[in-house]
Design a protein around this ligand. Structure first.
Ligand code: FE2
Length: 232
């Protein structure tokens, strides 16, 4: 494996002990410098966790934590010679955690656009990663529409970015099921992938704990394989 991308919600309620546990689990990947993490809404669940920059201090973009928390996204990571990962922060604290929409914001979107343009020009596949979903696929709508709160408020800007710049794939989390939606992209259909929960216990195969394994080269995403818990 070249690189592990964790698309947020490494904790349930942003408590220090949860972050410690997550940091322990991720340490081998962090020490090997093969890890990128973006925060999820649960990682900024409480005002206190935000004020103390708990996510950045305990985990941060490379999983190694930060002694002095500083703005860290977009976080750009080369993945081999052929690809670059642009990690973005969509997590925003809100007093109503179940109702607060999350956003990337115009500054990050502008930076992501510029990075995508530069790297694509040099022949690299560009992967975007952030926490919140952009769109729900029709087959998930009936079950997810009741719980599809906290969407990405500027999802329309991501759709536009994908349409205008060559993006190989968009990787996100937030929803606890695995799904893929292809958006019209600058160089053809662009996959937007939610790998689902990495820790969920469920009978329904699509909801079971899993990870996706991606194969990427200069031309883009070559393959996606699901590693699903309990199906070895
Ligand atoms: Fe989430």
């Amino acid at each position: 494996m070249d690189h592990l991308v964790v698309t947020g919600d490494v904790t349930f309620s942003a408590e220090p002990r949860e972050f410690e546990r997550a940091a322990d689990l991720l340490r081998p990947f962090a020490e090997a410098k093969k890890l990128t993490v973006v925060p999820g809404n649960h990682d900024v669940w409480t005002e206190e966790s935000v004020e103390t920059a708990r996510f950045l201090r305990a985990i941060g973009p490379d999983g190694r934590g930060m002694r002095r928390a500083a703005p860290s996204y977009p976080h750009v990571v080369p993945v081999g010679d052929d690809a670059v990962l642009v990690a973005l922060d969509s997590a925003r604290y809100g007093e109503e955690p179940f109702e607060t929409p999350r956003r990337l914001g115009s500054e990050q979107l502008r930076a992501a656009r510029e990075l995508a343009r530069e790297h694509a020009k040099e022949g690299r596949a560009v992967l975007l990663a952030f926490h919140h979903h952009v769109v729900l696929p029709p087959e998930r709508m009936p079950s997810d529409v009741q719980v599809a709160r906290m969407p990405l408020a500027d999802a329309d800007q991501v759709v536009r970015l994908v349409a205008e710049q060559p993006i190989a794939a968009v990787l996100h989390g937030h929803r606890h099921t695995a799904f893929r939606v292809d958006l019209p992209g600058a160089r053809g259909p662009t996959p937007v992938l939610c790998s689902g929960s990495a820790s969920r216990v469920a009978d329904e195969p699509v909801r079971r704990a899993r990870a996706y394994v991606y194969e990427v080269d200069r031309s883009g995403l070559r393959s996606v394989e699901a590693l699903v818990a309990g199906t070895e």
